[in-house]
Design a protein. Structure first.
Length: 398
């Protein structure tokens, strides 16, 4: 059964773009002085959609060609067909629930069955959407703008932000999630002829979006922001000695003096995993090798001691003037150079290739835990590293 909130935003890693916002459509129809909204829209309004989805400041929607807050489809030319587009309303949106979760079964004779592992297939969003415009030409312009943004030729496989419920009266972040690798599976198709009613034109379209990663990811919570490793301000390799430079293989806390830590509360639903970005600001030197570790929290502080390690990712040194992302939430390693905007690219080449340190991305479930980042070798280039860490919750998947 379809149950949804009229919000869809695409995030290509450079900017967040609004595709649908029901509050915008309602206000454009109201301010146009026409009454076709009473025919095309039958739903309660969701107050949070009238706020900026990033910082929750109030947003004022007036007309599509408003100078201060133009509609995303407006081309900037007064009187153009895009100025007559009033917006979109999602009528049907399936695939937001857990219907993609499956477990295979093999019949055993004479009775019963054995079950395979639980799996989560990709999500399939089937959407029926009504377009509103001042005339048929405006509808055509809206259609082509929507088609162009969903095809996403320049950035296929985008991140999409949605709301699974309206949180009015609760925390604004409740129900706000993003999904990864959203791509158009079936193109935008007219399914009805245009209807003229009460001063405007309406027409429905249908399309299908596939989501490669079935997880629903909560907004990130920041733990570290451009922090430097403790003790790196005055590294003296002569006084640190070989034990400090290389650590002790049998001592998990040999590098504790240079460790950055984040405490993570257990989750009632799903799990929380760290997303760590390490920047190497040096202009000449590779970073030292590093590791990201998850340990249970028994009150002993940021020490392995007798805590259990439940996940570890080790990376080798990475180049100067670049950043490395250890994304445990989505279980991936990304890299990009510093200094200008450029999409992240796979960074698995910087993983430690030792056979005994295969990445085991830590994720915090029911119990409290600690995530820490530390060097595994001390070099002067540790001075040039900064670390930012977010905790990202995920659910709807394993």
């Amino acid at each position: 059964m379809s149950h949804h909130v009229n919000l869809l935003m695409y995030d290509d890693g450079i900017q967040v773009r609004e595709i649908f916002n029901g509050a915008r459509t309602i206000e454009h129809l109201r301010n146009s002085g026409i009454g076709c909204a009473t025919v095309g829209i039958q739903a309660e309004e969701c107050a949070v959609l009238s706020l900026d989805q990033c910082d929750y400041t109030p947003v004022t929607f007036t007309t599509p060609d408003d100078i201060d807050n133009p509609a995303p489809w407006y081309d900037g030319t007064p009187g153009s067909p895009s100025a007559g587009g009033y917006g979109f309303w999602i009528n049907e949106w399936t695939g937001l629930d857990g219907s993609n979760v499956r477990r295979s079964a093999s019949t055993i004779y004479p009775r019963g069955a054995t079950f395979g592992p639980l799996g989560q297939a990709h999500r399939v969003w089937k959407m029926n959407v009504t377009l509103f415009g001042s005339d048929g030409v405006a509808l055509e312009d809206l259609f082509r703008w929507l088609e162009e943004n969903l095809i996403a030729c320049c950035s296929p496989g985008v991140t999409a932000w949605i709301r699974t419920t309206c949180p009015d009266g609760y925390d604004n972040d409740y129900g706000l999630v993003h999904v990864v690798d959203a791509q158009l599976l079936e193109g935008v198709e007219w399914i009805d002829p245009p209807i003229e009613s009460l001063g405007c034109f309406m027409r429905r379209v249908s399309f299908t979006i596939g989501v490669g990663d079935p997880c629903l990811y909560r907004p990130p919570i920041e733990c570290l922001e451009d922090d430097i490793f403790p003790g790196s301000e005055a590294i003296d390799l002569c006084t640190v000695g070989l034990a400090g430079i290389f650590g002790c293989p049998d001592d998990q806390d040999a590098m504790a003096d240079w460790r950055l830590c984040c405490n993570v509360a257990g989750e009632r639903i799903g799990a929380t995993a760290p997303v760590v970005v390490i920047k190497n600001l040096s202009t000449t030197s590779y970073s030292p090798p590093l590791r990201l570790v998850g340990i249970t929290d028994n009150g002993s502080g940021c020490l392995v001691a007798n805590n259990e390690i439940f996940g570890e990712v080790r990376v080798s040194g990475f180049p100067p003037q670049s950043a490395l992302m250890i994304d445990c939430a989505r279980r991936r390693i990304l890299w990009r150079p510093l200094g200008f905007i450029r999409p992240w690219e796979p960074g698995y080449v910087y993983l430690d290739r030792s056979i005994d340190v295969v990445p085991d991305y830590p994720a915090v479930g029911c119990n409290d835990a600690i995530i820490f980042i530390e060097p595994t070798t001390i070099t002067p280039s540790l001075l040039d590293l900064t670390v930012t860490a977010w905790m990202v919750g995920r659910y709807g998947c394993c």
